[in-house]
Design a protein. Sequence first.
Length: 279
Amino acid sequence: MSARPSLLYVTDLGYRAAGRPRYGDEDVFLASRLRADFDIAVCHPLDAAALLDRFDAAVVRNTGPVLHYRGEYDAFRARAVAQGARVYNPLNGRADMAGKQYLLDLSAAGHPVIPTVDRPADLGLLPTAEQYAVKPKAGADSIGLRFVSRDELDGLAYGDILVQPRVDFRYEVSFYYIDDAFQYALHAPDPERRWLLEPYTPTEADLVFARSFIDWNTLDHGIQRVDACRTPDGGLLLVELEDLNPYLSLDLVGDQARDAFVTGMAGSLRRFLEAGPRS
């Protein structure tokens, strides 16, 4: 590794999820700040595999849902593993990076997550609800999400879907981590407006909750976002553990938190590079 490492910064600057800010703006900011410590080239995710071996590491950021280019993403992963290339986040994440199976595993193990099943035989494990959420196992950004009644559950085409009760919650909250270090939290006070976020001061219990999922994922390096919902009884349930390309909403935090995040990410990347190849 050179004294000034080179990074292939993988992002789709044109991607924009419905009802949310333009994700690319966040990466323009991060790439510009990380240039103080690294040589950086920004590339589209469809170009990443071809460029991978020219850089000390690839940093996967706001690339949009990989289900839109599944074959190319799988080829990128395969090439990175074959070459022993460094990819940040590392490719051994157990959460969204690997699909939604982790929600089933965590639910079955009794962790505080929204109850989740994927077989008709297990529908009885779900609490009674007025509606149920049906999600693709390979879904992202609410793509393919729909709500059905209890009577409709038996007629679903199982195999590639998850079923969860539609949970009554007070608000959603997200906790942002670099490696195992908490950075900041944001919440959406209005349940109907998920991405209208405001700064949130977590309690010690909140941080214990969030950290338990960071520990479960066992990623030594990288950026993760723990999404949860606050139930009427005051508890938290995991909605999603994003460990592939979590949007960070950095435009909504103050200058101090934003500067600290950039410093933390640069330090994490240097530690990651010093640790040697691991895809």
